[in-house]
Design a protein around this ligand. Structure first.
Ligand SMILES: NC(=O)c1ccc[n+]([C@@H]2O[C@H](COP(=O)([O-])OP(=O)(O)OC[C@H]3O[C@@H](n4cnc5c(N)ncnc54)[C@H](O)[C@@H]3O)[C@@H](O)[C@H]2O)c1
Length: 330
């Protein structure tokens, strides 16, 4: 297929592009680079620098490349910022997303895989979380992702758009070439590794009195390569139907303390941490039921072990630091 990936210069998008290329799909990356990195785009992909708001450019690209399907990953995703600047999130994650699907409809592109999030569930009523559970986001970021899911359903009814909405839990780890490079970084594993590398003084643990084994929050980490492979599988069902899938590994997940312990094992460094008060709206446990995606798409995580995930992120981070140092010594 000929696939356009929005946000393909970002953390997850760059790995998804590696997997679509590996599966033999011609791949066009469409990214404004507002958060992404040009060097993360796989050399075999076509790169178009453009914003989702630019509907004429989107239509031109769809027509020129005879695009057949879209993987839509471009968005803003900082939960805290979405609370202080909600307009920025609605404009990018909803309004600009509508510009994309309108351009698709105008060009007869009828298949889309969408990067949704576990944040649509808010404070879950039970664990593991199933796709049919109540959605009740507790922040504007989650609201915007849920609003876009609703829009996709309406476009399916009105125009026959077929969609797969993938509700990611915690993406982590790296491929050989691509890893996590957010600014600011809010995700636990890169933060822990920065502390291991001496690039930050310590890791802040927000609460150690949760009703979990060691008192710290438990999350469902999914290796970014496993996550990327699920997108390739999701494309395959879009001839027949639309669907929503959780995308996590299920099982017991890992607590913040377990992640720090694993990172100490992998890096051989002591990782300083400090206990801070709980953050409002942080559920004790967030674990996906991944039964639906396993049964319906035949997807299985292969890299879910915490040491494997952290090892890949650590290796990528050290390689990147080495090449940055080499470049600056010229
Ligand atoms: N990282 C996670 O654990 C996680 C969890 C749940 C959901 N998600 C979702 O997955 C997607 C990718 O996340 P990520 O961590 O790779 O983020 P990222 O910030 O690394 O990548 C997002 C990319 O989208 C691009 N972009 C943003 N707005 C754009 C616009 N208007 N036009 C064109 N390009 C634009 C950015 O330049 C960037 O390259 C996002 O939609 C995010 O909400 C991520």
């Amino acid at each position: 297929m000929r696939i356009l990936v929005t946000g393909g210069a970002g953390y997850i998008g760059s790995v998804v592009v590696e997997e679509t290329l590996r599966a033999g799909h011609e791949t066009i990356v469409y990214d404004s680079l507002v958060k992404g990195h040009r060097e993360m785009v796989a050399p075999d992909a076509t790169f178009v620098e453009g914003d989702l708001h630019d509907r004429p450019l989107l239509e031109k690209v769809f027509r020129e490349h005879s695009v057949e399907a879209v993987i839509h990953m471009a968005a803003f995703s900082l939960v805290g910022e979405s609370v202080t600047a909600p307009g920025k999130y609605y404009a990018n994650n909803v309004t600009a997303g509508l510009s994309l699907v309108d351009a698709m409809c105008a060009c007869d592109v009828s298949k889309i895989v969408f990067s949704s999030t576990a944040a649509v569930y808010g404070e879950p009523e039970k664990q593991p979380i199933e796709e049919s559970d109540r959605t009740a986001p507790t922040n504007p970021y989650g609201d915007t992702k849920l609003a876009f899911e609703h829009a996709l359903k309406a476009y399916e009814g009105a125009y026959g758009l077929q969609y797969a909405s993938l509700r990611y839990f915690n993406a982590a780890g790296a491929s050989e070439r691509c890893g996590e490079l957010h600014d600011p970084e809010t995700h636990l594993i890169p933060i822990v590794l920065q502390a291991a590398a001496g690039e930050r003084p310590q890791v802040e643990i927000y609460g150690d009195d949760y009703p979990t084994g060691d008192g710290t929050c438990v999350r469902d980490y999914i290796h970014v390569i496993d996550l990327a492979r699920a997108h390739v599988k999701a494309l395959e069902i879009l001839d027949d139907r639309s669907a929503i899938f959780n995308l996590g590994c299920g099982g017991d997940g890992y607590s913040v303390r377990q992640v720090i312990d694993a990172a100490e094992r992998v890096t051989g460094k002591e990782i300083p941490f400090r206990i801070s008060p709980r953050r409002p709206g942080d559920p004790a446990v967030l674990i996906a039921s991944s039964e639906k995606i396993k049964t319906e798409l035949g997807w299985e995580p292969e890299l879910q072990d915490s040491d494997t995930i952290i090892e890949s992120a650590w290796k990528w981070m050290r390689n990147r630091r080495d090449s940055d140092r080499a470049a600056s010594s010229f």
